[in-house]
Design a protein around this ligand. Structure first.
Ligand code: HEC
Length: 179
């Protein structure tokens, strides 16, 4: 047997042996740690079973909202109405009728204002909390055919604030419904 060849083969074998044993030792030292429970739940913002979140919650009754309503907030919110309405006593009609004293006033009843037929047809009714709440939520839904080109106030609490404010615009504010 050729001594040189033997040496080369021996060197190769011992290298292989060293690599294999290193691999084994590494396997022991760095044994992969398997978690007891594979994967874990990320904390989620939605509570489990929030299927109902898709359906909009029903508004609280208007009496309940009025009990905590803030007329000062309502006064700020009616900034959106001022393009079309005046709010002060003796205020003029603009695109819409003046709103001083509207709470407790017959619907569609301001003399000299050109109401839509839809609104005029309702003047046997009186503006009170419940009707105002619905009208301000969606004027066209509540009074189909109304000339009030206003999308509505979607926030239920803001509508209550506005109604509470409207009721202050009177020589003698009406008692608001209580829960
Ligand atoms: C783009 C103009 C416009 C805006 C904005 C508007 N309104 Fe009107 N509003 C009208 C018109 C026009 C009428 C009359 C509707 C009819 O004849 O059908 C009306 C009617 C009303 C009535 C009934 C009055 C009555 O004498 O029967 C109320 C109450 C009212 N508006 C409240 C509001 C409030 C509160 C806001 C703001 C949140 C608002 N409106 C925003 C144009 C407007």
């Amino acid at each position: 047997m050729n001594i040189e060849l033997n040496k080369i083969a021996g060197a190769g074998l011992s290298t292989l042996l060293v690599v294999m044993s290193l691999n084994m030792i590494a396997g022991i030292v760095f044994a992969p740690h398997k978690p007891a429970v594979p994967g874990y739940d990320l904390p989620s913002e939605e509570p489990a079973g929030a299927a109902g979140a898709a359906a909009p919650a029903a508004d609280e009754p208007i009496e309940v909202r009025l009990a905590k309503a803030d007329p000062a907030k309502g006064e700020k919110a009616v900034g959106a109405c001022k393009a079309c309405h005046t709010f002060e006593k003796g205020g003029a009609n603009k695109v819409g009728p003046h709103l001083y004293g509207v709470y407790g006033r017959n619907e569609g009843s301001v003399d000299g204002f050109g109401y839509s037929a839809a609104m005029k047809g309702r003047n046997d009714k009186v503006w009170e909390a419940d009707g105002l709440d619905h009208f301000l939520k969606g004027p066209k839904a509540y009074v189909p055919g109304t000339a009030m080109a206003f999308a509505g106030i979607s926030k239920a609490d803001t509508r209550a604030d506005v109604i509470a404010y409207l009721n202050t615009l009177a020589d003698a504010p009406k008692p608001l419904p209580k829960p």
